[in-house]
Write a protein of this length. Structure first.
Lengths: 307, 544
């Protein structure tokens, strides 16, 4: 087990390297000169433009720029934003808290809603309960998140006055964004849980368990759910990654700072070091989450052993 | 039995715990409004800001929003009370040489920075020298300070600023937040962190905390008693603190105003104009913007935009009244000139010169040899009258206006292709001159600066003059405007410049916007500069 863990952790290095190279190349292949974007619609002389280009370090050959970045990254220095000179690490870490808070809360909502809706509709298959649960899931899948967010604000902030509209800090500022984000991901999950559970329900071992006289709740908990969860956990893992790094719309509507928004802003400003740093962070998140997912397989299915 | 008992126990425990939790939580559920009320009572103004920014340092920023915040932290040397009118700020009096190259300021002697160091002539020199230092990478401040040469400390409280050539607009620059005086000691001490973590001036409010992309908290300066004469008092500000919160989404920002979470918001969308105007508990501030309204640049280096009749035809073919009605609900006004009507030297005559007249446009094109082709698009020789319009996808109104213009131009036989590109691609295209059309919109309060940005040949070829209009007479005219301090003479020159660019059909002026802010009725005493850019809360009170 430990050996397996060490191997997996070691494998993250080439992954991160590949990601950084890919991002670097893509950023430089897409048109747009960061110095020109920096000046935007402000008047500027060609000399000044050249000067800023030098300050940004863009006059150096591409390979040198990349190696410099790599060298710094090895030492834990991700460089500074070329636009406002802030250390990249600081820019990213200052937003991790807010992003993580939202992602975890949304994850709980998604997991709770998705699992219970999916399970209930599978167990009460072809009844009105099933239809209602799946209708809700359909709503979640097809509802644009900004619309849901706007409706939540309208009802719970403006009309009822229960929660603040925006911001971070304080759990009551977290409820609306977490619900909006979580509800949308819960829908996919619910549908997946339903189909996985249905599949397992007809397996011989479930029939065996029932015929041995086990109470239905135990049958579901020990035999059905545990076996149905493998596919579900994989998807949940991927969702957690997305929730952590891709909640741009939710972050924008509820005015929360976050890694997703940081990354989008950095890309549109072509702030090379900042994009690199943020993408590396996101890649790391995915790697870690994937690892956790893989480890959870062993718990869910004792036949899986990591040797 | 055992099972049932356990379940029963769990159920009871659950209910108790739930009730307990609810009793703890419910008051907080209803809390938000009470919390806002409490904040108001303690004199905290919450401000919903439309977006983030680069730094808090007014010297290096490129964002108007930083000016909005910064004006509370730094004091300007002078205040602008109307187009071309100035009142004392940190400077008590000043003299200007006739050629506008030398400005001498007498400074207040009773002013201290937030870090306790005294404000004096040396601080002015350090602030201005820092603006032109290439390492600083100043932009907005850099263009405001113009042909800066050097600053001389005459004595402790007298300072002389010299320019390489006439700079009649310097007082206008000095009245902006961007040339506000910063603490030399703090600049020295914090280096790269200045503006990022700390920012120190002499203003009525001090920076308390800054969370990137989230909020800026200002707290009142307990020593402030040098309020400028143009305000209603000169002692401590009435507000305890100001919290600027970044709320990029329009609808959300408006929602924060409705719940009381924000007491003041900027960039009110035109779609909510009527509703806010008629709301009993809200106040809508509508200030005609200084600068240059929404307009269309026509790139003269790309055929057929080099043909005067084609540019004239475009000018007459666009129905501006229809445009402001359809796209802007008549809240914006049809524009006439490169300067908005509130600007010093705005020429009323321009409105009579550029009228909507599609027949005239067709006639001009006919005479220039552009004949209607089989599909309605005009042709000359083998060339079709096909024009490329480059624009950015946001704000949404960009695209609405473009569609309107496209339809208008089609009426007279021009085929316009819209290229909607994100910022990077857009700037690449227009700086390289691949466009026929692109938008322009700019705020500012100095006509000379506006005209230079739009029409001076030094800004052509990849700069801001993306008309790529090069005309020596125009260059000279702009330079004269910049070097003329005498108001009457200056006005005359500015009028001549406006008429010249209209006669030569350099640009098409579309719509003049107002700045729209809204606040809760409990807020009073908000001052906004005449250009509409900087709401200032020194005189502001919150009364419930």
């Amino acid at each position: 087990m430990l050996q397996y863990l060490a191997k997996r952790l070691l494998l993250t290095l080439p992954t991160l390297l590949a990601v950084s190279l890919l991002v670097f190349l893509m950023l430089h292949l897409v048109p747009g000169d960061p110095a020109i974007i920096f000046f935007g619609d402000q008047p500027v002389t060609p000399e000044r433009l050249e000067q800023v280009r030098r300050q940004m370090g863009l006059h150096r050959p591409l390979l040198v720029q990349y190696l410099d970045f790599l060298g710094g990254a090895m030492r834990g220095d991700l460089g500074r934003s070329i636009h406002n000179n802030t250390p990249v690490l600081e820019e990213v870490t200052s937003r991790i808290g807010s992003s993580a808070q939202l992602a975890l809360a949304a994850f709980v909502v998604a997991g709770g809603l998705g699992l219970s809706l999916g399970l209930v509709s599978a167990l009460r298959r072809s009844t009105w309960v099933d239809a209602a649960a799946m209708l809700m899931a359909l709503g979640g899948v097809s509802m644009p998140i900004f619309w849901l967010a706007a409706m939540l604000i309208f009802v719970f902030s403006i009309k009822l006055g229960w929660f603040p509209v925006t911001g971070f800090g304080g759990w009551n500022r977290l409820v609306l964004p977490a619900f909006a984000l979580g509800f949308v991901s819960s829908a996919t999950l619910a549908r997946l849980v339903r189909s996985s559970v249905l599949e397992v329900l007809w397996q011989p071992y479930v029939t065996t368990a029932r015929s041995k006289g086990l109470r239905e709740t135990l049958v579901v908990r020990r035999h059905v759910l545990k076996n149905a969860l493998i596919a579900v956990v994989t998807v949940m893992g991927l969702q957690l990654g997305t929730l952590l790094s891709g909640a741009v719309i939710t972050e924008t509507v509820f005015a929360r700072p976050g890694v997703g928004k940081l990354m989008v802003d950095a890309i549109s400003a072509k702030d090379f070091p900042l994009v690199q740093g943020a993408v590396l962070f996101v890649a790391l998140v995915y790697i870690v989450v994937n690892l956790l997912v893989d480890l959870s397989y062993a718990y869910l299915d004792p036949r899986i052993r990591f040797e | 039995m055992e099972h049932i008992r356990r379940r029963e126990f769990l159920r009871r425990a659950g209910v108790t715990a739930g009730a307990l939790a609810a009793s703890q939580i419910m008051p907080r559920f209803v809390n938000p409004r009470a919390a806002y009320a409490q904040a108001q009572a303690t004199g905290t103004l919450t401000y919903g800001m439309a977006g983030g920014f680069d730094t808090l340092d007014v010297t290096t920023t490129t964002f108007t929003r930083v000016g909005r915040i910064g004006l509370h932290i730094v004091d300007p040397l002078v205040w602008s009370t109307g187009a071309g009118q100035y009142a004392p700020g940190l400077a008590t009096s000043w003299t200007i040489s006739p050629d506008a190259t030398v400005y001498t300021f007498k400074l207040r002697e009773d002013v201290k920075f937030h870090d306790g160091t005294p404000f004096n002539a040396e601080a002015v020199k350090v602030t201005f020298d820092r603006i032109v230092d290439p390492e600083t990478r100043a932009q907005t401040a850099f263009s405001f300070i113009g042909p800066y040469d050097r600053t001389e400390v005459v004595d402790r409280y007298t300072v002389r600023v010299r320019f390489k050539s006439g700079h009649a607009a310097f007082l206008n620059g000095a009245s902006s937040p961007y040339l506000g005086i910063v603490s030399p000691a703090a600049v020295q001490r914090y280096g790269r962190d200045f503006g990022r973590v700390v920012f120190v001036g002499t203003g009525p409010f001090m920076l308390q905390s800054y969370r990137t992309d989230a909020e800026v908290r200002l707290i009142r300066n307990p020593n402030y008693n040098w309020g400028a004469r143009i305000f209603k008092h000169d002692g401590l500000p009435y507000l305890q603190s100001i919290v600027y919160r970044i709320v990029p989404e329009e609808a959300t920002r408006l929602a924060t105003l409705e719940t009381g979470e924000s007491l003041f918001i900027e960039d009110v969308p035109v779609t909510d104009y009527q509703r806010l105007k008629s709301a009993r508990d809200k106040v809508l501030l509508e200030i005609p913007q200084g600068g240059s309204g929404w307009s269309l640049m026509m790139n003269q280096t790309r055929a057929p935009m080099n043909e005067l009749p084609v540019r004239r035809a475009v000018m007459h073919a666009i129905d501006k009244e229809g445009l402001v009605r359809t796209v802007w609900n008549n809240i914006y006004k049809a524009a006439c000139s490169p300067l908005t009507p509130v600007m010093f030297g705005f020429d009323q005559e321009t409105c009579r010169k550029v009228t909507y007249n599609p027949d005239q446009a067709r006639r001009l094109l006919e005479e220039a040899g552009w004949r209607a082709g089989p599909d309605g698009v005009r042709v000359k020789g083998n060339e079709r009258l096909r024009l490329d319009f480059y624009l950015q996808p946001t704000p949404q109104k960009n695209q609405e206006m473009a569609a309107f213009i496209q339809a208008n131009l089609r009426q007279v036989g021009m085929d316009v292709t819209l290229h909607v590109l994100a910022r990077a691609g857009y700037l690449d295209a227009v700086r390289q001159g691949r466009h026929h059309f692109q938008y322009w919109w700019d705020t500012g309060t100095d006509p000379g600066q506006m005209l230079r940005i739009l029409f001076h040949s030094r800004n052509a070829g990849g700069g801001t003059n993306r008309n790529n209009y090069r005309n020596q007479d125009m260059d000279r005219l702009i330079e004269q405007i910049e070097a003329t301090a005498d108001p009457a003479r200056r006005k005359e020159l500015i009028v001549r410049a406006q008429q010249k660019v209209i006669d030569e059909a350099v640009m098409v002026y579309l719509a003049d916007p107002p700045s729209l802010y809204a606040h809760d009725r409990s807020v009073s005493g908000v001052w906004v500069d005449w250009g509409g850019n900087y709401p200032y809360f020194y005189d502001t009170r919150i009364q419930r």
